[in-house]
Design a protein around this ligand. Structure first.
Ligand SMILES: [Zn+2]
Length: 387
């Protein structure tokens, strides 16, 4: 009789046990549901929160059944997702993973099919509440400049965190009246700031979080260009950079800078709210700012939909541009045209547009904006370059 060696018996025993228990453990592996907030789909900096998976799985199944019955399609406006909050459902046993975006009501939006899954009211409210908690943790508090300046008096040192990359550095408030003029503390801090700007100083505005002394994190916007007075020698940064808060104005013109203000709202998680209330011209101006800043999130919000026919084309176009700004000499549009109950508006914006390695050119963008009703928000229906 041939005896099987002991090690072979062990292996056989383990394989038998695996065969017996693996299917069961697959069934028993509980699904995991994670909410994620990040300021753009490519952002490295994100916040996560585990939520009640079994409740969501049940509610999603019921919503799918209802949708099939009614052949319900996710409509665009009003149901459009907020573009920074995701729900990921995964089951390690089954090896499956589903990713949804949330909309303002707490319903789920399936990106692959562009369909809406309206959850039952209680589960929707639960998800909305959890998402609200997570957004508060992720974003900064928006304070108007007069108040922000009291939280960060001159000579205060604080940490600045870039909302997209999650990189942080130390800086000091040195001067400034309508915004903070700030300097990186050390050479190492300057190096991190330059890394945030991909190694090239620029006036590009970026959404940042500022850690105030009282434990609050404030929403702000920085520009990455050293200029003017330098109070910290030896930090590899010749001059200061500007840090804007809500309502801050620029040095010379005492004007509120739209791109800074949009980035402050981005840092505060309030872009969705801004677009919800914005007039037609503000949405169009935000579109121009989105292209200048190459900010996909802003662009999606100005179109109000992930399946707008011009979205992909505009994404490609903006990466070939060096700059786009509203022309200085154009007549300022009156804001009053928003209040008269119109549902569609056409108007031009003259822009100075610079393609990479080319000279600036002046051109006119023709905008058509629409809203479903006078209480709905405006979004861009089409933009065409007038030649
Ligand atoms: Zn400044």
């Amino acid at each position: 009789m041939v005896r099987k060696p002991a090690w072979l018996l062990h292996i056989l025993a383990v394989m038998t046990l695996l065969a017996l228990f693996l299917p069961d453990s697959q069934v028993l592996a509980a699904p995991v549901a994670l909410l994620t907030v990040k300021s753009s789909s490519g952002a490295a900096y994100e916040s996560r929160l585990a939520v009640d998976a079994s409740r969501l799985v049940k509610s999603i199944h019921a919503a799918r059944a209802r949708r099939t019955e009614q052949n319900l399609k996710g409509s665009e406006t009003g149901n459009a997702p907020v573009f920074d909050t995701y729900l990921k459902l995964s089951s390690s046993g089954a090896g499956s993973e589903e990713i949804y975006l949330l909309n303002r009501r707490g319903d789920l939006y399936e990106e692959a099919t562009h369909q809406l899954l309206p959850l039952d009211a209680k589960t929707g409210a639960y998800l909305k509440e959890q998402a609200g908690r997570l957004r508060t943790m992720h974003y900064g508090a928006i304070h108007p400049w007069p108040h922000a300046s009291t939280l960060l008096p001159k000579m205060t040192k604080f940490t600045i965190t870039d909302l997209e990359t999650g990189l942080s550095f130390q800086a000091q408030h040195r001067a400034g009246r309508q915004h903070a003029d700030v300097q990186p503390l050390t050479k190492a801090d300057t190096a991190v700031m330059k890394q945030i700007y991909n190694g090239v100083w620029s006036w590009e505005r970026r959404a940042v979080l500022v850690q105030a002394g009282d434990g609050q994190r404030l929403a702000a916007s920085m520009a990455g260009m050293p200029h003017g007075g330098d109070g910290i020698p030896g930090n590899d940064f010749s001059g200061h950079f500007c840090l804007h808060f809500l309502g801050s104005t620029t040095h010379g013109s005492a004007q509120v800078d739209l791109e800074h203000q949009l980035m402050v709202r981005k840092a505060g998680g309030a872009l969705d709210d801004y677009f919800g209330r914005a007039g037609a011209e503000e949405v169009a101006a935000a579109y121009v700012a989105a292209i200048h800043l190459r900010d996909s999130q802003l662009l999606k919000l100005s179109f109000g939909s992930l399946r707008h026919p011009q979205l992909e084309e505009t994404m490609r176009w903006m990466h070939g541009l060096a700059a786009i700004r509203p022309s200085k000499n154009q007549p300022v549009q009156s804001g009053s045209i928003n209040g008269n109950g119109l549902l569609a508006l056409d108007f031009p914006i003259q822009v100075e547009l610079t393609r990479k390695e080319r000279k600036p050119e002046h051109t006119t963008l023709m905008f058509r904006l629409r809203r479903l009703s006078p209480i709905d928000s405006w979004h861009i229906e089409s933009v065409d370059k007038r030649s």
